[in-house]
Design a protein around this ligand. Structure first.
Ligand code: ZN
Ligand code: ZN
Length: 338
């Protein structure tokens, strides 16, 4: 019997999430970009709490969705350009895409790092319209922040300001001071909201929020009500408290994630008040330019969120450390080894 000759496809290293909190680093063939896609050599991938479910349950694809890298596709118009990777694959021509709501494409619902291979590896194939060019003055370490930390947070605040504008100096509560909550604090400040309160049980995270100009607010406290509440913890108890504490004609913005079913009791607290409850997801691509300005204007503050950097070999151990809440926005860096 004749054996097939070994194919000589170039190899890369990639993390595999097996479930039960187990990650291994393996060798695999380099991705082969399809038509309309480009190969990106990854420089940084930021770790994200939303990957915990893949860590627990296992991932079919390479995980990692806060990706920043350099296009390595000879002949491609962006060859050599550093780009952030926009994760919602989108058609570009449906009604939502035409309206600029590229994160809510009506035709495609695939997300890079979830439904196709993402960034805990050396190379990723990216659809051309998901390449977001980033100017040279933005350091590699801060590149991934343009996605979840700035993009998601600033989009939530921009949507919320349609319901509660900054005029009139409204009091705003942010529940949860993880990367997105801290990003919301910076976005609120940048968009002119002065009275920002933050609650989080983790004193270290709360201290960062305070250093960003927010006032600490006790977790679970009922002694104050707010015109805007941006819920970033995903905890049902925080969501229900927000329903109670939001002022009439105020807005609750749900940014936090929680896979467990959420029950709302339709009691008089819920029923006898006009208020808006807003869910937001990710951000429209067209926000990029404004978000780059946000990053430039607050570079030192955003840089404080990137509190660890390590190579792929360290990912299994550092991911566990991250899951214990011991770092805010660690980044995987590819030019480094452990
Ligand atoms: Zn994320
Ligand atoms: Zn579309």
């Amino acid at each position: 019997m004749q054996t097939e000759p070994l194919t000589q496809r170039p190899q890369m290293r990639a993390a595999a999430f097996h479930g039960e909190d187990r990650i291994t680093v393996e060798t695999r063939p380099l991705p082969e970009p399809a038509a309309g896609e480009a190969l990106v050599k990854i420089l940084r991938t930021a770790l994200c709490g939303s990957d915990f479910k893949l860590w627990h349950n296992g991932a079919e694809h390479v995980a990692g969705h806060e990706i920043f890298g350099r296009v390595e596709q000879p002949g491609h118009e962006l060859d050599g350009q550093r780009c952030a990777v926009y994760i919602p694959v989108h058609c570009g021509h449906c009604a939502a895409c035409r309206a600029g709501d590229t994160q809510m494409c009506l035709e495609v619902s695939s997300l890079i790092g979830w439904n196709r291979d993402g960034g805990y590896c050396e190379y990723v194939a990216v659809p051309d319209n998901c390449l977001l060019p980033v100017p040279e003055d933005i350091p590699d370490d801060l590149g991934p922040l343009l996605l979840d930390t700035i993009g998601t947070s600033a989009h939530a605040v921009r949507e919320a300001q349609r319901f509660v504008p900054k005029d009139g100096d409204p009091e705003v509560l942010v529940t949860g001071a993880g990367p997105v909550g801290l990003g919301v604090v910076l976005a609120l400040k940048a968009l002119g909201y002065e009275k920002v309160f933050v609650s989080d049980p983790n004193p270290g995270r709360l201290a960062i929020a305070v250093s960003f100009g927010a006032a600490a607010h006790p977790v679970g406290s009922r002694d104050k009500r707010f015109a805007m509440i941006v819920e970033c913890s995903g905890a049902h108890v925080a969501r229900n408290l927000a329903i109670e504490l939001v002022l009439p004609k105020g807005v609750i913005v749900l940014v936090g994630e929680n896979a467990a079913p959420w029950t709302i009791t339709e009691d008089k607290v819920f029923r006898r008040k006009d208020f808006a409850m807003l869910r937001t997801f990710y951000f429209p691509k067209a926000d990029l330019a404004a978000n780059i300005e946000l990053l430039r204007a607050n570079k030192d503050r955003y840089a404080r969120l990137v509190d660890e950097r390590f190579g792929l070999d360290a990912l299994p151990e550092r991911f566990a450390h991250f899951a214990e809440g011991k770092s805010i926005k660690p980044v995987l860096a590819f030019e480094e080894t452990r």
